[in-house]
Every structure is written in C-alpha cells, then in structure tokens.
Design a protein around this ligand. Structure first.
Ligand code: GSH
Length: 233
C-alpha cells in the first residue's frame, strides 16, 4: 500500500498543483483517478466538506484544498534535495499566499467566464477582464522574481505552482477560441515565465498533454452548449 495517495486527475489544474509539488519534492505516490461527473466513495469520505479534488492521503489521513496540500508537502518533505517551495522569508511567503488567493478568487473565475460567455460581446468583456487580471500578475512577477526566471526567484516557488497549473488551460482556450489571452506585447515578463516554467523538469513530468486539455475543453463546452439548448427548448 502506498503511504501517499492522491485523489484526482492531472487535467484538473488544482490537482496539477499538488502533482507539481510532489514532483518537485520527488515524492512517490499512487494516483487514484476520479471520473468526470462522478464522486467516489473514497472522495466523499475524504473530503466531506467540499467533495472536490484534489485530496492527498498520507498514512490514511486526508488533506484537502490544493494550496493547503502544497504547503503540507513542502513541510513534510523538507529534505528532498529541492529546498522549500514557500519562500524562507515571512514577507515573501505572505506575498505568495496573497497572490494565490487572488488567482483563486479573481483570476480563475474570470478564466471560467470566458469559456461560459454566450455572446461575442460577453466573450470580449470576459477576455478583457482576464487580461487585466493577468497584467496585475505581470507587475507582481517583475517585483517578486527580481530579474530571475520564477516568482520564487531561481527556483519554482509557491506562486509559480499556484499560477502555473493554469498555463496549459490558458493555452487550450487560446487555441479553441482563436484568441491571445497572455499577450506577449503587454505581458513580456509573464510570457518568459511560461517558457521557463514549462521547461522545468519537475513540471514537464506531470503537465498534461496540450492536445488532451484542448479535447477536454471542447468536450465540456459542447456539454454546456447542449444543456443550454435543451433548457431553451
Ligand atoms: N479550492 C479547491 C478547488 C478544487 C476544485 O474546484 N476541484 C474541481 C476539479 S478542477 C472539482 O473537484 N470539481 C467537482 C465539483 O465541483 O463538484 C482547491 O484548490 O483544491
């Protein structure tokens, strides 16, 4: 029996966060996949409050919420040869946590809004809101990275993991909807960050294939459109 288990699928950006952290720390684990639209008994028992993935199970004890799980992994496996994912300095830790809160509270919902927009006008508005949200992270990146490759400086840090999990989804939406969300002209630093993040060995190991995310995004869009059409009839 593996001491570490992870309930979830890498296609979920929140699950991907925890997989990147486990990969950075070289922790072996067993992935317990959840099927789309279904919730296993184990998930319901392990995360009875939110009933969401990811859930990390360590020595039969569940830990829920991706940000909490990444911090847990960082603290439980400090001697992995990688070093700390969270910054050593309390102020920088606070900034990484602040921007993580921002990503979950503002940026992610605005990304979802693009996919859900029903008219061209609503889509254009959602796209502009998302780009404005990213521009704030462009500024944050310039300050936090201090000219280095990552939010964490020389190495992938907490905020890199928390934002980086959305990169493949942003790219998939750009492809399917034929638009540029992370504009190179207005966000050159974030553009460079994406290249460094994607090239990192621990990230490459767990990042889902772009084609799979594109297909998944097309599928959920088709399901949403069918549900809307059925409701209108
Ligand atoms: N705040 C949670 C969000 C997790 C989340 O939304 N997970 C989605 C998959 S991407 C889920 O389980 N959705 C199923 C549902 O909402 O019932 C975290 O950071 O772990």
């Amino acid at each position: 029996m593996a001491a570490v288990k992870l309930i979830g699928s890498p296609i979920s950006p929140f699950v991907l966060r925890t997989m990147i952290a486990l990969s950075l720390k070289k922790v072996e684990y067993e992935l317990l996949p959840e099927k789309l639209g279904e919730k296993s008994e184990l998930l319901l028992k392990s995360n009875p409050v939110y009933k969401k993935i990811p859930v990390l199970i360590h020595h039969d004890r569940p830990i829920c919420e991706s940000a909490v799980i990444v911090e847990y992994i960082d603290q439980v496996w400090p001697e992995s040869g990688y070093g700390a994912i969270l910054p050593a300095d309390a102020y920088h830790r606070a900034l990484h946590r602040f921007w993580t809160f921002y990503v979950d509270d503002k940026l992610f919902p605005s990304l979802v809004a693009i996919g859900k927009a029903e008219t061209e006008e609503a889509k254009a508005e959602a796209v502009e809101q998302f780009r404005a949200g990213l521009r704030l992270l462009e500024e944050a990146f310039v300050k936090l990275s201090e000219g280095k490759a990552f939010f964490g400086g020389d190495q992938v840090g907490f905020l890199d993991v928390m934002l980086g999990c959305f990169v493949v989804w942003i790219e998939a939406m750009e492809e399917v909807l034929s638009l540029e969300l992370l504009e190179e002209a207005t966000m050159p630093a974030l553009h460079g960050w994406v290249v460094s993040f994607r090239a990192h060995e621990a990230v490459k190991e767990v990042m889902p294939e772009s084609g799979k995310v594109v297909e998944f995004f097309k599928m959920i869009r088709a399901m949403r459109m069918k549900a809307a059409a059925d409701a209108a009839n």
